[in-house]
Write a protein that binds this ligand. Structure first.
Ligand code: NAD
Length: 490
């Protein structure tokens, strides 16, 4: 099996690194590919940054109306190849085909929003700030920008950044997750068909060594990172210490509060989709499900819906939940469930040691529900990143808000209710950057920032929309005087 190539300077080139990591289908354990992995990937980064730096000189001078033209073509190509890319996502990442199609749709929407960069980059002008003097602000690109992506949305997350970065006049180096590099290889086979100058968009494979090389390279001006909090914090610290702009989106532990006046049927369906969709491997997956008041009927409905969910290989259209990414992840999730039990939780529904016919070696965990985790314990605050729901009973909305606001993460908080006043209070007081009211996955559309707070985000400007335009440009303010005595008489 050939090792995956990097895409540098408009062509596919072999890595300088001979060591590889394997890309494995998490359902079947079939080896899908080999990806360069080791210290010599730093040399690949050096080559990619050098060509991107050279390309920046001319690309930054291309008018923005012209810079977005390849994005229109990219949207069309992504749509034409959507099914093929979605199948690749499912094969390497494990999620269902419907989830992969949805993810790609979100990627395409980011391309569409970035096509509006000619308007989004427009700036401010003040005439006559003093007699005969005008002042205005312009936005200019930064230079070479890099993105480091996680495994759980291989088709979408690079698009929170890539289209905006290049539309703003920067050049770009992407490092996908070594666990799921095939999706971006497919996307870059489309990027290859665009009328883009060589070196504007580049792809380098690898793991930590590749990331460190990007963080330390003096020609890289900005880093966009998405992944676990531990690595996000590290990337933010090392990147900013090296004088770069960094936006680093991290992990989560998302609470959902269900009030007694919530619509039981609707809440059940939406909440179980949020907890178990993508096998719980979404940074916006609901995890702690907090019922306020008597939760008897709600608990029963959630239990029945979770139990009825079909787990299996995502390419099978009937399947509603796929495996987790690696055997190691499966062991980790099962260990966290065990730990929850040792802290005092009861297992209402046990998905450990799941076996799926035909995929006996797959990394499957079936839907699991824990009840009675102590509020002061560790598991109730730990990102499990697997299909595990923790049921929590509290007495009031204020108790729920206190619990939410005492947590380390702030990616998402949701409320289910039919009371406008409680909804209003919740959206005002919950300390999270993405709020859902009768919504289970409050994923911002491409025109809004993906607003994590607290340990779910390190930086100032988030991915997507106007935040991305601001992140990928630096402002220049011009104060200008043209004395009227200098005007020629015509
Ligand atoms: P991860 O942190 O393990 O890896 C992310 C990227 O960092 C990968 O490209 C990987 O190669 C690289 N990396 C890993 N360890 C590194 C190290 N020590 N030094 C430098 N680079 C390193 O994350 P993951 O497991 O791929 O993704 C899952 C995590 O991402 C979850 O915590 C999830 O909540 C989070 N996530 C957050 C968001 C968000 O918007 N906040 C979105 C998606 C995923």
């Amino acid at each position: 099996m050939e090792t995956l190539k990097n895409y540098i300077d408009g062509g596919w080139v072999s890595s300088k690194e001979n060591n590889t990591a394997t890309v494995v289908n998490p359902a079947s354990q079939e080896v899908l590919g080999k990806v360069p992995y080791g210290t010599n990937t730093a040399a690949d980064v050096a080559t990619a940054v050098s060509v991107a730096s050279k390309a920046f000189a001319s690309w930054s001078q291309v008018p923005v109306m012209k810079r977005v033209q390849p994005l229109y073509k990219l949207k069309q190509l992504l749509e034409e190849h959507a099914e093929e890319i979605a199948r690749t996502i499912t094969m390497e990442c494990g999620k269902t085909l419907a989830e992969s199609r949805g993810e790609l749709q979100r990627a395409i929407e980011n391309v569409e929003v970035a096509c509006g960069s000619p308007s989004l980059m427009q700036s401010e002008f003040s005439e006559n700030i003093a007699t005969g003097i005008d002042e205005f602000m312009i936005r200019q690109p930064l230079g070479v920008c890099a993105c480091v992506a996680p495994f759980n949305f291989p088709g979408m997350i690079p698009f929170w950044f890539l289209p905006y970065a290049i539309a703003c006049g920067n050049t770009f180096v992407l490092k996908p997750s070594e666990k799921v590099p095939l999706t971006m290889v497919k996307v870059f086979q489309l990027i290859e068909k665009l009328d883009l100058p060589q070196g504007v968009i580049n792809l380098v494979h690898g793991g930590k060594e590749t990331v460190d090389a990007l963080l330390d390279h003096p020609e890289i001006k900005a880093i966009s990172f998405v992944g676990s909090t531990q690595v996000a914090r590290y990337v933010y610290a090392r990147g900013t210490a090296n004088g770069k702009r960094v936006q680093a989106q991290g992990g989560a532990k998302n609470p959902v509060v269900i009030l007694p006046d919530a619509d039981i049927e609707m809440s059940t369906q939406i909440v179980t989709d949020s907890v178990f969709g993508c096998a719980g491997q979404r940074c916006l997956a609901a995890s702690n499900i907090i019922t306020v008041g008597d939760n008897g009927r709600m608990k029963e409905a959630l239990y029945e819906a979770a139990k009825a969910r079909t787990t299996g290989y995502g390419l099978d259209e009937k399947v509603e939940m796929g495996p987790v990414i690696t055997g190691e992840s499966r062991s980790r999730v099962e260990h966290l469930i065990d730990k929850g039990v040792s802290e005092g939780a009861r297992v209402l529904l046990d998905g450990r040691k799941a076996k799926i016919e035909g995929y006996e070696k797959g990394n499957f965990i079936k839907p699991t529900i824990l009840e009675g985790l102590p509020l002061g314990g560790e598991i109730i605050r730990t990102e499990i990143f697997g299909p595990v729901m923790s049921l929590i009973e509290l007495k009031t909305v204020d108790e729920a808000l206190d619990f939410i606001n005492s947590g380390n993460y702030g990616n998402m908080a949701c409320l289910f209710t039919s009371s406008g006043a409680n909804a209003r209070k919740f959206r005002n007081q919950a300390n999270a950057g993405n709020i859902g009211i009768n919504i289970g996955v409050a994923a911002p559309m491409a025109q809004f920032p993906f607003s994590g707070w607290k340990e779910s985000f390190f930086g100032d400007l988030h991915g997507q929309g106007r935040h991305a335009i601001e992140f990928f440009t630096q402002t220049k303010v011009v104060v200008e005087r043209w004395p009227k005595e200098w005007s020629r008489k015509f």
